[in-house]
Design a protein around this ligand. Structure first.
Ligand code: ATP
Ligand code: MG
Ligand code: MG
Length: 379
């Protein structure tokens, strides 16, 4: 059987492995970590650094096409692989997504609004920052995720402090926007330029980490949903993007839609698609990278997705425990996904639950029963 390759061995890679194996592909994972969730599910893991020439050569030799699941895989590694095999998404597209300044410039180039911002490369620039950007959020241009690498600042003094704390340049200072809610859109595009999209996802974050996704988005008008999908498609097309791309948006209190950031891969807010759509985001990633037909996915069940963070693996006294899966599995329409991570840590994504139901209200009600069983605050 043909093999496909994936750079990165996290949970996104693991779910991609499952989708690829379903269609009879073998999967080769490249990840330096011997205990990677995707490596454990794949036929083969190449355990080298992402830029190791030998590891990249072996991945290219074994695979008919290569993708990435890890946002911060060096774009150079993808460019090297692309000299030998189709790589989707391209190193060039991934490089834009890895840099908040380049990403925002790209949004603007597509006519998609984003938060007012300034790029700060040196401490000397802090004093000259436009007062209108405060209060704001200072974010490292690279490598941030789950709210790490960003600090909220109310004043110029706090901005100076945050800059010293982050110790990374360049940074982007964004104006703090009045959010009504957050949504995301996932699109998949083939090398031939076919493009499909998933329905708009409504996302609730807690402590900077995605906690709940609801589809269909319960509180977003049809017109705004159409606008978000159109923006995501435009962003993918103008990157000449191949693969799965997720764009996160804010809906502001005045009703305006603003792009936040994008991810050059399947996204946590799209995990529901495994259980609630006739084609998942991982199926689309496989199809896009291998040139198999891309078909518009259809949501067949209203659903809610709840992230399972490592905190659930500890009791009030900090002793390790296993959550009560048997009680959860007794709920209707529960789909439990555990990523096989060997070590639980607070804030670490260990798994997720998708609740499917006949109606969106029922899916949310079951999510609330699940939250109560897990000891999580309700939604
Ligand atoms: P991810 O894990 O999604 O990659 P991240 O660490 O890259 O997250 P962002 O998505 O930039 O971080 O921000 C995290 C969250 O902080 C957002 O989902 C939103 O709730 C809030 N946030 C970010 N930027 C702003 C802003 N300009 N105004 C108001 N809230 C914001
Ligand atoms: Mg991010
Ligand atoms: Mg984000």
């Amino acid at each position: 059987p043909a093999a496909v390759g994936v750079m990165g061995g996290g949970q996104l890679g693991r779910m991609f492995v499952h989708a690829a194996q379903t269609l009879g592909f073998e999967v080769v994972v490249l990840d330096p970590d011997a205990n990677s969730p995707a490596g454990a599910a794949a036929q083969t893991q190449i355990q080298t650094a992402y830029l190791d020439a030998g590891g990249l050569a072996e991945l290219a030799r074994r695979c008919v096409a290569i993708t990435t699941e890890f946002e911060n895989v060096p774009a150079e590694a993808l460019k090297t692989l692309a000299q030998q095999r189709p790589v989707a998404p391209s190193g060039e597209a991934v490089a834009v997504c890895q840099d908040r300044a380049a990403e925002k410039a790209h949004f603007a180039g597509c006519g998609v609004p984003c938060a007012p911002y300034a790029v700060i490369a040196m401490a000397e620039q802090l004093a000259a920052v436009d007062e209108a950007l405060l209060p704001g959020i200072l974010k490292t241009a690279r490598l941030g995720y789950d709210g790490k690498g960003q600090v909220r600042v109310r004043s110029r003094a706090e901005l100076e402090q945050a800059w010293a704390e982050l110790k990374q340049a360049p940074c982007v200072l964004e104006q703090m926007l009045p959010l009504e809610r957050e949504i995301s859109v996932i699109v998949a595009r083939s090398a031939a330029g076919e493009i499909v999209h998933f329905p708009v996802q409504q996302n609730l974050h807690r402590d900077g980490i995605l906690a709940l996704t609801q589809v269909p988005a319960p509180d977003v008008s049809a017109a705004l949903q159409q606008e978000a999908v159109a923006c995501a498609r435009r962003i993918a097309e103008s990157l000449n993007y191949v693969g799965v791309l997720c764009v996160e948006f804010f809906v502001l209190r005045d009703g305006r839609l603003v792009a936040n950031e994008m991810a050059p891969r399947p996204h946590n807010s799209g995990h529901y698609s495994i259980d609630a759509c006739d084609l998942s985001q991982f199926d689309c990633q496989l199809r896009a990278m291998t040139g198999l037909p891309l078909v518009q996915p259809r949501l067949h069940s209203p659903c809610a997705m709840v992230n399972l963070l490592g905190d659930l693996w500890f009791d009030d006294q900090g002793r390790q425990r296993t959550p009560a899966w048997d009680q959860l599995l007794a709920l209707p329409g529960v789909h439990l996904h555990l990523y096989g991570k060997t070590e639980a840590r607070a804030g670490r994504k260990m798994g997720h639950l998708t609740l499917t139901a006949a109606t969106a209200e029922q899916a949310l009600a079951t999510a609330n029963r699940a939250a109560a069983l897990l000891g999580l605050p309700g939604f």
